[in-house]
Design a protein around this ligand. Structure first.
Ligand SMILES: Nc1ncnc2c1ncn2[C@@H]1O[C@H](COP(=O)(O)OP(=O)(O)OP(=O)(O)O)[C@@H](O)[C@H]1O
Length: 928
C-alpha cells in the first residue's frame, strides 16, 4: 500500500529509544491525495481520499528515511511506498516499513547520470548541467564503444559494427583531428572486452527460456541474445521519479559499460549507484533484480605484465535493498534542491577536491558567480547585474525543465484518449509488421485507423509502445514516415506498436543553460558591456549602396555591414526581411567574412538560404555553403547543401570548416559540433521568437551579430510564464533604438488590408512598397472575378457577422459560414488552395477542418507565422463578454491580419468583439 500527498507543515527529526536501540524518526504531516493498494504502476485501485482525510495525516519516516524528511518543505509532494497502516486514537496513521521507499517530489524526473554525478560530487552535477558535454575524443570514443556494444548485442558482426559506427561519426572525429584507423584500433581494444564477456555469457546461458519478443523472430539473423539480452533501453519510473537509458539488460539485470579501467575486484561505487538506478527502474517494470554488472572495457586492453590487480573486465555485484534505498535518497536530494532553486556547494558530499579533474573549473565558476564552494573560488566575480541576470535566467530555464517533467508525468497521468485529444499521442494504430534492418535495428509498420491529428512529425523521436508508453513494452523510435493512413518507424527492438507518444526532451533546456553559461562565463567582455548597457554599440560608416529602390532596406544592410557589435533589423510583415538578409550576407561575404545564417525554425533557415543562394548567384562555390541539420529538418531543395556527417573524418571536417556560409537553426547552433565553430558574423532571423539564451546559442559563435525579427509578431515559445518570454531582439530594440532600422515598405498586402496593422502596431509607418502592391485585388488573378463574389465580401477587407454560440472553444455556426465562403470564392474562380483559415483554438481548427475540403489550409496563428496567402479567413470563435484577447496576445492578431495579399474576411460575433478596445477598432476598420 502507498500514500501520496502534500507536506502540510514543518517536520522535526528526533531520536527515540526502541527495543532495537536508538532510532531516528520524522513525523510528516501530509495532506493525502492518493492512497493506493499494491504497486502504483499496476494501476490497481486508487482511492481518492475523502474530505475528512484531507486534514493532514501523520506519516512516520523511520531511520535513514529521516535524511529525506530533512529535505522536505511545506508544499512539497511526497510519496511513500509499502507503508504500514495503524490506528492511533481513532485516527489512521502511516509509517515506513522495511520495504518502503520515500520519494520527494516524484514528478521531478531525475536522470540516472545526474544521480551518478551527484554521488561523485553534487557540485559536479551542477557544473555538468551548466556547461554541457563538450566535443572531445574520450566522449566520442565512449559513444562509439557504446554503439558497438549495442550492435553486438543485436547480432551484428564486430568489424562491421566498428566500421559503420566510426563512419557515422566521421564529422566529429574529423573535427577532433582523428583518423578512422586510429579510432578503429582504439575501439577494437575496448570491444574485445565486450566480445569476451558476451562469449562467456553465451556459454553459461540456458536454452533461451527468457526469450525477448525480438529474439522470437524466425526472420532474425543469429544474435548472441539467444535468450535474455537486450540492448539499450529507455526506462522511466513514475514511482521513483527517475529516468535513464540502461546500456543493456541481461537476464533482467542491468549491465553498464564503462570505457575506463578498474583494477579492483569491486565496481566503483558511483558505477554501482548507476546500475542500482536501473535496477529500481526494472523492478518497477515487474523485474526482480538482485545483481548488477559493470563492464570496464579498458581492462582487456591492459598489459598483464605492467598492471597489477584484477584485470577481468566484467564485475558483478549483488544488489541489496540498502543500496536501492540509498539511491532513492540521493535522488531525493537532487529533487529537493532543484525544487528549492538551490545550488550545491560540494559540502553535501565527501569527495576530495584535490583529486577532482574539475577542480579548476569549479573554482572559476564559483569565483565568477561568487558561489560558496568546497573547492574555493578564484578570479574576480562578475559584476552584480550579470550575476543577477544569471540567477534569474537560470531559474527561468529550470522552470522550463519542470514543465518538461510535467510533460513526462502526463504520460501516466492522462489516459490514452486524453493524450490523443491533447495531440500528444496517436493511439489508434494497428501493428502491421516488422522488418530487420542492417545493424540489428528494426523497421516497424503500423496502420492508422483514424485521421487524428497530433504534434508528431517525420523525423521526431517518439515513445512507441504496445499500449502504454511507460507501463507497457515501450521503445524510443524514430518516425521515418507519417501519412494519413500509415506510420513507419525505426527502433532497436521490435515492439508491436499500437500507440506513439510525444517524447518530452530536455535537450532544449540543456542547451539554453549551456548557452547562458557560455555567454556569461566564457563570453566576450566587450559584448557583455554592450548588452548590459555599460557601453553603446558602435558602427563604422559604410558608403556603398546595397539596395537602390528601398531606403530602409539599404540602411539596414549598411548598418549590419558596419556594425562593430551588433545591428537590428525590424521587419514588419512582407517588408522584405528575407531579401534584406540575403543582401546583407552577400555584402559580408564580399568583404571576406565567414557568416553564420541562423533562425528559430528550419523553414526560415531554408528560406533565407534560398534567398542567399539567389543573391550570391555563384559568387561563392556551392560546396562552401553548408546547411547543418537533419535530413527530415532540411527542405528537399536545400538537401544538396546539407552537411553529411558520415564519411571520412578529414573530408567531413573540411566540408564544415572551409564553408564560408553555414546555415543552421539556433537549436543546432547549441550542438557539440557547431559549438566548435567560429564566425565573423551571425545573422539570426525570427529573432523576436527566440528567448535570450536561445539567441546566445547562435551569437556566441560569432564576433558580431545581426538580429532580424518583429517583436510585434509572435513572442518566444516557452512553456512556463517567466522572463524568457522577452526576446533579446525586443530588449535591444527598446534599449538601443538607433542600432535598429525598421523596414517600412511592405510588398504583400493591398493597402486596405495593411491599414489596421500599420496604425495599431507600427505607428502608421508601414506603407505599401509600390502602387501595384497597394492596389492588388483578386481581380488580378487569372480566372478570378470579384463581380462573381457576393457583395458582402467584394471589398479586400470584409466582416461576416455570425452570432456566437455558447461553447467556449468551438463555434459550429462560424465553421459552416466559413465553408460557405470557401465555396463562394471557388465559384468566383479562385483555387481553394489559395485560401487560408486561421482560428484561435485547436478545437475550432478541427471543427472547421470537418466542414471545408482538405486542400484549404486551416490552422492556428502559430502555424501561419512567416507565410502568406491570397485570401485569409479568420474565425474569432468569440462569445459573450470576452475575457482577455481571444488570440491570447494582440501580437497574434497582428500575425493573423497580415497574412493575406488580396482579401481578408473576419468571421465572428461583433457583440462579443466590441467589448475589447483593440477588436472594437478592428471592427470599425473592417466595416469602413
Ligand atoms: N527591395 C526590393 N525590391 C523589390 N522587391 C522586393 C524588395 N524587397 C523585397 N521584395 C519582394 O517582396 C516580397 C517579400 O519579401 P520577403 O520574402 O523578403 O519578405 P519577408 O519580410 O521576409 O516576409 P515575411 O514577413 O513573410 O517574413 C518578395 O517577393 C521579394 O522579392
Amino acid at each position: 500500500m502507498y500514500v501520496r500527498g502534500t507536506v502540510a507543515g514543518e517536520i522535526d527529526v528526533r531520536s527515540v529509544s526502541t527495543t532495537y536501540g536508538e532510532t531516528d524518526l520524522a513525523e510528516v504531516p501530509l495532506v493525502l491525495e492518493e492512497v493506493g493498494d499494491g504497486e502504483r504502476a499496476d494501476g490497481v485501485v486508487t482511492e481518492t481520499p475523502t474530505d475528512a482525510e484531507r486534514n493532514p495525516t501523520t506519516v512516520t519516516l523511520w531511520n535513514k528515511w529521516t535524511e529525506s524528511a530533512a529535505l522536505l518543505e511545506p508544499g512539497m509532494e511526497l510519496l511513500v511506498t509499502d507503508v504500514g497502516e495503524e490506528e492511533y486514537r481513532g485516527e489512521t496513521r502511516y509509517a515506513t516499513t522495511g520495504d518502503s521507499y520515500v520519494v520527494v517530489e516524484p514528478t521531478f524526473l531525475v536522470n540516472v547520470t545526474s544521480i551518478r554525478n551527484w554521488v561523485e560530487c553534487p557540485r559536479l552535477y551542477y557544473l555538468n548541467k551548466l556547461s554541457g558535454v563538450p566535443l572531445n575524443y574520450p566522449v566520442v570514443k565512449g559513444t562509439i564503444v557504446h554503439e558497438v556494444f549495442g550492435d553486438l548485442l543485436r547480432g551484428r558482426d564486430l568489424e562491421d559494427a566498428i566500421d559503420a559506427r566510426i563512419e557515422e561519426r566521421g564529422l566529429e572525429l574529423g573535427l577532433l583531428g582523428e583518423s578512422s584507423e586510429a579510432v578503429a584500433e582504439d575501439v577494437r581494444e575496448n570491444a574485445a572486452a565486450i566480445e569476451g564477456w558476451l562469449e562467456q555469457g553465451r556459454l553459461t546461458e540456458t536454452d533461451g527460456a527468457n526469450r525477448t519478443t525480438a529474439d522470437d523472430d524466425p526472420e532474425r539473423p543469429f544474435a548472441p541474445a539467444e535468450s535474455s539480452w537486450r540492448s539499450e533501453q529507455l526506462l522511466i519510473s513514475e514511482t521513483f521519479g527517475i529516468r535513464g537509458r540502461a546500456d543493456a539488460i541481461r537476464r533482467g539485470a542491468p549491465v553498464e559499460l564503462k570505457t575506463g579501467k578498474n583494477l579492483r575486484k569491486e565496481p566503483r561505487f558511483k558505477d554501482k549507484v548507476q546500475a542500482a538506478c536501473y535496477a529500481l527502474l526494472l523492478e518497477e517494470h515487474g523485474g526482480d533484480v538482485d545483481t548488477g554488472t559493470l563492464l570496464y572495457t579498458k581492462n582487456s586492453a591492459l598489459d598483464r605484465n605492467e598492471e597489477t590487480g584484477d584485470l577481468t573486465p566484467a564485475k558483478e555485484f549483488s544488489m541489496g535493498n540498502g543500496l536501492l534505498q540509498f539511491v532513492v535518497r540521493l535522488r531525493n536530494e537532487i529533487a529537493a534542491m532543484e525544487i528549492d532553486g538551490g545550488v550545491p556547494t560540494g559540502y553535501e558530499g565527501d569527495a576530495k577536491c584535490e583529486y577532482c579533474f574539475e577542480q579548476d573549473t569549479c573554482m572559476v565558476v564559483s569565483g565568477r558567480l561568487d558561489q560558496e564552494s568546497k573547492a574555493g573560488q578564484i578570479g574576480r566575480p562578475l559584476p552584480p547585474e550579470e550575476r543577477e541576470y544569471f540567477e534569474r535566467t537560470y531559474r527561468a530555464i529550470e522552470e522550463e525543465r519542470r514543465e518538461v517533467h510535467r510533460e513526462y508525468a502526463k504520460l501516466w497521468e492522462q489516459d490514452a484518449e486524453e493524450r490523443a485529444d491533447d495531440d500528444r499521442a496517436l493511439v489508434d494504430l494497428e501493428f502491421v509488421g516488422k522488418r530487420p534492418l542492417d545493424g540489428g535495428r528494426w523497421e516497424l509498420r503500423a496502420r492508422r485507423r483514424t485521421g487524428a491529428t497530433s504534434k508528431l512529425r517525420e523525423g521526431d523521436l517518439v515513445l512507441a509502445s504496445d499500449g502504454h508508453p511507460v507501463r507497457g513494452q515501450s521503445e524510443l523510435a524514430r518516425i521515418e514516415r507519417l501519412d494519413d493512413d500509415a506510420v513507419v518507424l525505426t527502433a532497436d527492438e521490435a515492439v508491436e506498436v499500437t500507440r506513439m507518444d510525444v517524447y518530452p526532451s530536455e535537450l532544449t533546456t540543456d542547451r539554453l543553460l549551456s548557452a547562458l553559461h557560455d555567454f556569461l562565463l566564457k563570453g566576450d567582455d566587450r559584448r557583455k558591456d554592450v548588452l548590459f548597457g555599460r557601453a553603446d554599440p558602435e558602427f563604422d560608416p559604410v558608403e556603398e549602396t546595397f539596395v537602390d529602390n528601398n531606403d530602409a532596406q539599404n540602411e539596414a544592410v549598411s548598418n549590419a555591414v558596419g556594425a562593430s557589435d551588433f545591428a537590428l533589423i525590424h521587419g514588419p510583415p512582407g517588408t522584405g526581411k528575407t531579401y534584406t538578409i540575403a543582401r546583407t550576407v552577400r555584402a559580408l561575404v564580399d568583404r571576406g567574412e565567414r557568416v553564420l545564417l541562423s533562425a528559430f525554425t528550419n523553414r526560415a533557415v531554408d528560406n533565407a538560404l534560398e534567398a542567399v543562394l539567389e543573391q550570391l548567384n555563384g559568387a561563392v562555390e556551392d560546396d562552401r555553403v553548408v546547411r547543418v541539420g537533419s535530413e527530415s529538418g532540411v527542405r528537399d531543395d536545400m538537401e544538396p547543401y546539407r552537411l553529411e556527417r558520415a564519411g571520412e573524418p578529414a573530408t567531413r571536417a573540411a566540408a564544415l570548416e572551409d564553408a564560408r556560409i553555414v546555415a543552421a537553426t539556433t537549436a543546432t547552433c547549441g550542438s557539440r559540433v557547431m559549438k566548435e565553430q567560429s564566425f565573423d558574423v551571425a545573422l539570426v532571423d525570427e529573432a523576436a521568437q527566440l528567448t535570450e539564451p536561445g539567441t546566445f546559442a547562435a551569437v556566441t559563435l560569432a564576433d558580431r551579430f545581426v538580429l532580424v525579427g518583429d517583436h510585434e509578431q509572435l513572442p518566444p515559445v516557452v512553456r512556463a510564464e517567466n522572463d524568457l518570454t522577452e526576446s533579446l531582439f525586443e530588449r535591444l530594440v527598446e534599449r538601443y533604438p538607433d542600432a535598429g532600422v525598421m523596414l517600412d515598405r511592405q510588398y504583400r498586402m493591398n493597402q486596405r488590408i495593411q491599414a489596421f496593422a500599420s496604425t495599431e502596431f507600427y505607428d502608421g509607418r508601414l506603407r505599401p512598397a509600390t502602387p501595384e502592391v497597394a492596389g492588388r485585388t483578386l481581380d488580378d488573378l487569372e480566372g478570378v472575378s470579384r463581380d462573381d463574389l457576393p457583395e458582402s465580401i467584394r471589398d479586400p477587407v470584409a466582416f461576416v457577422d455570425v452570432e456566437g454560440d455558447e461553447s467556449r472553444y468551438t463555434d459550429t455556426a462560424e465553421a459552416e459560414r466559413i465553408a460557405d465562403l470557401v465555396r463562394a470564392y471557388e465559384e468566383a474562380g479562385l483555387d481553394r488552395s489559395r485560401i487560408g483559415v486561421i482560428a484561435p483554438f485547436r478545437a475550432q481548427v478541427s471543427e472547421i477542418s470537418t466542414h471545408v475540403p482538405s486542400d484549404v489550409a486551416v490552422d492556428t496563428v502559430d502555424r501561419f507565422q512567416g507565410s502568406s496567402q491570397e485570401v485569409i479567413v479568420v474565425s474569432f470563435t468569440a462569445t459573450g463578454t470576452l475575457e482577455g484577447p481571444i488570440f491570447e496576445d494582440y501580437r497574434r492578431i497582428n500575425v493573423a491580419l497580415t497574412r493575406p495579399k488580396r482579401a481578408l474576411v473576419l468571421v465572428g460575433d461583433p457583440r462579443a468583439l466590441k467589448s475589447d478596445p483593440v477588436y472594437r477598432r478592428m471592427l470599425e476598420w473592417a466595416g469602413r
